[in-house]
Design a protein around this ligand. Structure first.
Ligand code: IMP
Length: 205
């Protein structure tokens, strides 16, 4: 079985991110929203997104970790490892996330941020795995519906690797990737979907 397949190409991602940037610029015209970004996965998305928003946006970062082995085990209760630098009271806040899976982490986070009384609070997520949802989440700005597959690239990692892949890849054989963490290295070398397809390395095995 091939270990992985391309889910979203660099061009698809860039085009969708530009759409999201335009939608945010339109909705927040005349305002200066704060893009609250979750480290580390969402930073790649943020870097492209905020350059696509034609407004004086501000950015701030938070780092959180689950108490259990994952968000499901911990019921979404997270520990804040790095809090925001600025007070978001009275501000228009948009939480920038790479992927929303069960929705437990973002729900906990939204409750935490809401308690700080921002003027408004919305979510912008690149990927939405709706099929895995445990808690409902209102995602105002959504990049793509994501199938129930483990994905890496464009900020998303497997054991800290592949965040710098400019496209998003679905990993069907996670065991193979755990056994050989460099399994998808040919994709990194190829840099984009066209080159990968041309060289026949679309599905490294
Ligand atoms: P949730 O609390 O289940 O919604 O967890 C969301 C977090 O799980 C994301 O911010 C990611 O860090 C991680 N995650 C969920 N699915 C994937 C995936 O397919 N690849 C990489 N990380 C994922």
């Amino acid at each position: 079985m091939p270990a992985a397949a391309i889910l979203f190409s660099e061009e698809q991602i860039q085009s969708r991110v530009a759409d999201l940037g335009r939608a945010i610029a339109r909705d927040y015209a005349g305002r200066s929203p704060v893009l609250v970004t979750m480290l580390k996965g969402a930073v790649v998305f943020l870097a492209d997104l905020f350059r696509a928003i034609d407004l004086p946006v501000r950015v701030d970062f938070m780092s959180i970790s689950s108490y259990g082995s994952d968000s499901e085990a911990s019921g979404g209760v997270v520990r804040i490892l790095k809090d925001l630098d600025q007070d978001i009271g009275g501000e228009d806040v948009i939480v920038v996330e790479d992927i929303i899976d069960t929705g437990l982490t973002i729900s906990y986070l939204l409750a935490t941020l809401r308690a700080r009384q921002p003027a408004s609070l919305e979510v912008c997520a690149l990927l939405d795995k709706t099929v895995r949802r445990i808690l409902p989440v209102e995602i105002k700005y959504r990049g793509f519906e994501c199938p129930d597959r483990f994905v890496v690239g464009y900020g998303l990692d497997h054991e800290e690797r592949y965040r710098n892949l400019p496209l998003i890849v679905a990993v069907d054989d996670q065991t193979a990737l755990t056994d050989d963490p460099d399994l998808l290295a040919p994709l990194l070398a190829a840099r984009n979907a066209e080159k990968v397809e041309k060289t026949g390395e679309r599905t490294p095995s």
